[in-house]
Design a protein around this ligand. Structure first.
Ligand SMILES: [Zn+2]
Length: 61
């Protein structure tokens, strides 16, 4: 069973659904906000986060 959680970008308030999937090998990477580019998560291991944009926030610059 896959559970999703809701994550909000702390910079632009974009809303994402976040799931994690297990992969067979270790992987590392980072997820940046699609809207403002803020770093949201760094992972390193067999658990890969999948983000799906639900609602775009306001980009402030
Ligand atoms: Zn953002």
């Amino acid at each position: 069973m896959i559970t999703a959680s809701i994550v909000t970008c702390r910079v632009c308030q974009s809303v994402y659904e976040r799931r994690t999937v297990w992969i067979s090998s270790r992987d590392s990477g980072e997820k940046r906000c699609d809207v403002c580019g803020a770093l949201m998560e760094i992972w390193n291991g067999p658990k890969l986060p999948i983000y799906q944009l639900v609602k775009r926030g306001k980009r402030e610059s």
